[in-house]
Design a protein around this ligand. Structure first.
Ligand SMILES: Nc1ncnc2c1ncn2[C@@H]1O[C@H](COP(=O)(O)OP(=O)(O)O)[C@@H](O)[C@H]1O
Ligand SMILES: [Mg+2]
Length: 276
């Protein structure tokens, strides 16, 4: 990365004015044996901010989320959530996984209740919150269904309900809609935006879809390189609430192109040289 790009990334890595940082990541580095996945990762996420992360497959997006969640040890750097240093999973962070991460032997209600019980909720809280969050994600009537009886989209609604039920202060999403069909994906994106509007929270949302990154995010981080680092941070100045109308705005297309160009710059250059 050039010095200028570094300055640009560093200068914009703080959350927007008026928003306190909830997550603070400094100098993060991670390797698996001899494979250096990323290094020098610095960023903040505001308490009501959505940061989306895009980057080529294998660049370390899942690894980064698992480090932030305290599930994986890091090789250098620190992660802070409010005033708490994260070195193991802490209360108040919830993860939604690409492949849903549901217990196949538990019903929808039991899967949602599991997250709450793990978070130390009382039986009364579980009884009150489980039906509420199942309805919120549109799964009312499927409380007793098992994962195998439901479509991918429904399973992911259940994963979302389980995460939301603990009323997390940080929501970590790892390509949550990558395994559902395109139409369901669009429905889920707008439902998540609607739910987020009712209770805006700190969110880190990993996706391989540039459109989804721009639609959901206040800022898009482009992760790139070997080892990877934050190559560019794109501020998404599209108004909220975001709706299907947002997709039609000229500014949406501009931002999508900006992210696309950053992501594709090297790939195109390589192709150009090969073609000569
Ligand atoms: N547990 C692991 N042990 C060794 N290498 C891993 C492990 N998990 C991921 N990797 C490797 O680390 C790199 C980053 O993986 P990952 O974080 O899953 O990337 P992404 O989510 O961006 O596709 C990849 O090269 C992957 O093969
Ligand atoms: Mg991944």
């Amino acid at each position: 990365m050039s010095t200028m790009a570094l300055h640009e990334a560093a200068g914009k890595a703080a959350p927007a004015a008026g928003s306190q940082a909830r997550i603070r990541v400094c100098g993060l580095a991670k390797r698996y044996g001899t494979l250096e996945v990323f290094r020098g990762i610095d960023f903040d996420v505001g308490e009501r901010e959505v940061v989306t992360i895009v980057g080529p497959s294998g660049c370390g997006k899942t690894t980064l989320l698992r480090c932030v969640d305290g599930l994986l040890p890091v090789d250098a750097g620190e992660i802070w959530c409010d005033r708490e240093r994260v070195t193991e999973p802490i209360a108040g962070m919830a993860m939604v996984f690409q492949h849903f991460g549901l217990f196949p032997w538990k019903t929808v209600a039991d899967n949602v209740a599991y997250g709450l019980r793990m978070a130390g909720a009382s039986a009364a809280e579980v009884a009150e919150r489980v039906p509420h969050f199942i309805k919120l994600v549109g799964l009312g009537g499927f409380e007793s269904a098992y994962p195998y009886q439901m479509s991918g989209g429904m399973q992911q609604r259940c994963g979302l309900a389980r995460a939301l039920a603990i009323e997390p202060s940080v929501l970590l999403m790892d390509e949550p809609f990558a395994a559902v069909d395109a139409q369901t994906r669009e429905i889920m994106q707008f439902e998540l935006l609607r739910i987020w509007e009712t209770r805006p929270t700190s969110m880190i949302f990993v996706t391989h879809s540039i459109e989804e990154a721009v639609l959901m995010g206040d800022r898009v981080f482009v992760l790139k390189g070997r080892p990877s680092s934050i190559q560019k941070i794109v501020e998404v100045d599209l108004p909220r609430p975001r709706t299907r109308e947002t997709l039609l705005q000229p500014r949406f297309a501009e931002l999508r192109e900006l992210v696309w160009n950053t992501l594709m710059a090297e790939a195109r250059e390589a192709e150009f040289h090969l073609g000569r």
